[in-house]
Design a protein around this ligand. Structure first.
Ligand code: ADP
Length: 332
């Protein structure tokens, strides 16, 4: 880090020196050109005194001076501009590399924490069971807690495996299922993990059996719901609304948290992106959830975007195309 700072200071000095030197040489050349012009005028007037001057010489001298002045000015501005653009491109690349490096470091910290914490908690619970013969009123909550930690570990591992697969082997796998069955199944996990939270959902009047990549859509909704819970206050409501649209489904996940600043809205879907610094951050996560949500949605031909929720909070809006509806069979 310290080494990096030294390199940056040195690079800054070198760039400033190049720009200053170039400006100085341009001014110097301009002055020399003017001096040459003045000398040529002196020689010309001496020749006039001696009667050997050609009357058209004066106009030629002035014309040459004007041309050279224009050339010096034009070339200086062009070189300065080219160097400035080059430096700007270099700095942009440098900043991007710096950002990626920081995000990778943050990711390593986060993933170590995300894997170690549930394992340590489960181990502690198992140790407690081994050492003590617990009555059911004490063992019940401990078992619930162990299941919650296992779910959390499984979610993190699912995200990691999917991220590794997404750019190579991931393929949407359409299957036939009923919308309401699927949504009820998805919401059971968060309801169990966060029994104290208000988590609600709204479905179309007539949920239909649909042919789509339900496993992919589940990952998208799971990550959006997890974020909505994680980034909003205990009392805030988390809501999933599903609607039929002409060419597919619209899913909206909203929360009553602080929302996402406009400047960050374009970056939260980047791989490893998490706002703030890993050392100061209090929420858990790896920066993969929204990246996966966007990739999977795009692979299925859909779109995902974020908007503000009034009076405060975020709304993630997913459009998921359904190319052909499943044969409306009888519900089991
Ligand atoms: P993670 O939650 O693991 O950090 P994500 O990719 O799911 O990674 O989210 C990226 C970032 O987007 C988060 O770090 C957070 O800053 C922001 N974010 C995502 N969802 C919400 C939300 N519902 N409310 C506020 N901020 C959010």
């Amino acid at each position: 880090m310290k080494e990096n700072r030294h390199v940056r200071i040195l690079a800054g000095f070198t760039i400033a020196y190049i720009l200053l030197a170039l400006s100085w040489w341009s001014v110097l050349l301009w002055q020399k050109n003017r001096q040459v012009h003045e000398l040529q005028l002196v020689v010309h007037s001496l020749r006039e005194d001696l009667g050997t001057a050609d009357p058209s010489d004066r106009a030629r001298i002035d014309l040459r001076h004007r041309r050279q002045s224009r050339m010096i000015l034009g070339e200086s501005v062009f070189i300065l501009l080219s160097i400035s653009i080059g430096i700007w491109l270099m700095l942009r690349g440098f900043m991007a590399e710096f950002r990626i490096g920081r995000q990778r470091r943050n990711f390593l910290f986060a993933i170590t924490h995300e894997l170690k914490t549930p394992v340590a908690a489960i181990r502690l619970i198992l140790d407690t069971f081994r050492r003590k013969d617990l009555p059911p009123e004490k063992s019940g909550p401990l078992l619930d807690s162990a299941i919650r930690e296992t779910d959390r570990l499984a979610d993190t591992l699912d995200n990691l495996l999917l991220t590794a697969r997404i750019s190579h082997t991931y393929q949407p796998r359409p299957e036939e299922a009923w919308l309401d069955d699927q949504v009820t199944k998805w919401m059971a996990g968060p309801k169990r993990q966060f029994p104290q939270r208000v988590i609600e959902w709204e479905l179309p009047e007539e949920p239909l059996p649909l042919q789509l990549d339900w496993a992919g859509l589940e990952v998208v909704v799971r990550n959006l719901i997890e974020n909505a819970i994680k980034y909003s206050p205990e009392k805030g409501k988390v809501m999933l609304v599903v609607r039929h649209q002409d060419d597919g489904l619209q899913l909206v996940v909203s929360d009553e948290g602080p929302g996402i600043p406009d400047l960050e809205k374009g970056r939260i879907f980047d791989m490893f992106y998490r706002s703030g610094n890993e050392d100061q951050r209090e929420t858990k996560g790896t920066g993969l959830g929204l990246y996966l949500a966007r990739e999977i949605t795009h692979r299925n031909g859909g779109t995902i975007r974020v908007a503000d929720q009034r009076p405060h909070g975020s709304r993630f809006i997913v459009h998921w195309p359904v190319h052909h509806e499943a044969s409306a069979g009888r519900r089991r």
